[in-house]
Design a protein around this ligand. Structure first.
Ligand code: TLP
Length: 343
């Protein structure tokens, strides 16, 4: 089966499993897991920040940021198709008690003017804006990279209004691989960054919340406990993350080449609508038109031929490349798409 549903489906390699098996561990609730501490230090240094907190998932990292930056009753500016809006089960409202203010970006990218327009006036009756969140790369936008110049403009506005910024950097390293802009150059514009080890980097579990603000990280540590994310001998998981950072970052451009190749194959299919130049990293989003079949039937027909993808609403589908997908499998998947979608 060629599994293109997500880059979350990767399996740990033998080398990664060995690193996990031999990890030195301790109780991380006491701050005594040397491998967790090493991973946290490593990621903080990578982003030129002072602290990092290891958490079970990207969702938890985002939600700790939302909860730690804001007070219940505040508003958070987010892009309308962002992960925080679409895929976190309403946690910002349910757990942090904030309201989300959606801004519809172009393939997930908001402009500085849009963000500025969404900031509430500071008067006694308006809701107060507590946080601005960006997502880089933007998942539902099609793995879109936030231009650094746009981030800089949004940052300037946020500073002017005294509003902190959080980056959902679940796939920050894909943006780094595609642009060669160092992770710290992105991170410098945000009070907090979340980063996932379990997407393109290929670790089985784990994300980090990264910041230079000690008080904020201590608040996040308490909320991590509240949300059930304080783990014990988590070094076994952190070891996989360290291995991923040491071995799987430099290979990310391969996934981007595969995604572009897949987009070009899809472009040749008459029923498919796709702009290959919009494929910037490892996510390929496309539409299938003129079908009598439902999206679920199309997904099932592809599955029968050995290719897994996700239908993501309307006429749209998502295919994601990752470290368990080879160039040969892209060609094989391309042939299946051509066969199944030409009917
Ligand atoms: N995204 C998953 C699904 O939840 C949609 C995927 O398959 O792409 N931020 C971004 C931008 C993400 O894409 C994801 C995962 C997360 C956060 C959450 O990470 P996890 O799944 O670890 O909670």
């Amino acid at each position: 089966m060629i599994d293109l549903r997500s880059d979350t489906v990767t399996k740990p390699t033998d080398g990664m499993r060995k690193a996990m098996a031999h990890a030195e561990v301790g109780d991380d609730v006491y701050g005594e897991d040397p491998t967790v501490n090493r991973l946290q230090d490593m990621v903080a240094a990578m982003l030129s920040k002072r602290y990092a907190l290891f958490v079970p998932s990207g969702t938890m990292a985002n939600q700790l940021a939302v909860r730690s930056h804001t007070q219940p009753g505040q508003e958070v500016i987010v892009e309308s198709a962002s992960h925080i809006v679409r895929y976190e089960q309403g946690a910002a409202g349910a757990l942090a008690g904030v309201q989300l203010h959606w801004v519809s970006g172009e393939r997930g990218i908001m402009t500085a003017d849009q963000v500025e327009g969404a900031i509430r006036p500071k008067d006694p009756y308006s809701i107060s804006t507590g946080l601005i969140c960006l997502e880089n790369t933007h998942n539902a936008g099609g793995g879109t990279i936030y231009p650094l110049s746009t981030i800089e403009k949004i940052r300037a506005i946020a500073t002017q209004h005294g509003i902190p910024m959080h980056l959902d950097g679940a796939r920050l390293m894909n943006a780094v691989a595609a642009t060669t802009i160092p992770p710290a150059s992105y991170a410098q514009h945000f009070e907090t960054v979340s980063m996932c080890l379990s997407k393109g980097l290929g670790a089985p579990v784990g994300s980090l919340l990264i910041s230079s603000d000690q008080q904020l990280i201590e608040r996040a540590r308490r909320f991590r406990r509240m949300y059930g994310g304080a783990m014990r001998q988590a070094g076994i998981l952190a070891a996989a993350g360290i291995y991923a950072l040491e071995h799987h970052v430099t290979r990310l451009p391969e996934d981007h080449i595969h995604a572009k190749r897949l987009a070009r194959i899809l472009q040749q299919i008459p029923s498919v609508r796709i702009a290959p130049h919009h494929v910037e990293t490892n996510i390929v989003i496309f539409e299938v038109t003129g079908q009598r079949r439902t999206p679920a039937e199309i997904v099932a027909a592809l599955k029968q031929e050995g290719v897994l993808i996700n239908a993501i609403g309307g006429l749209s589908y998502r295919a994601v490349t990752h470290l368990n997908i080879s160039a040969k499998e892209i060609e094989e998947a391309g042939a299946v798409f051509t066969r199944v979608l030409t009917h």
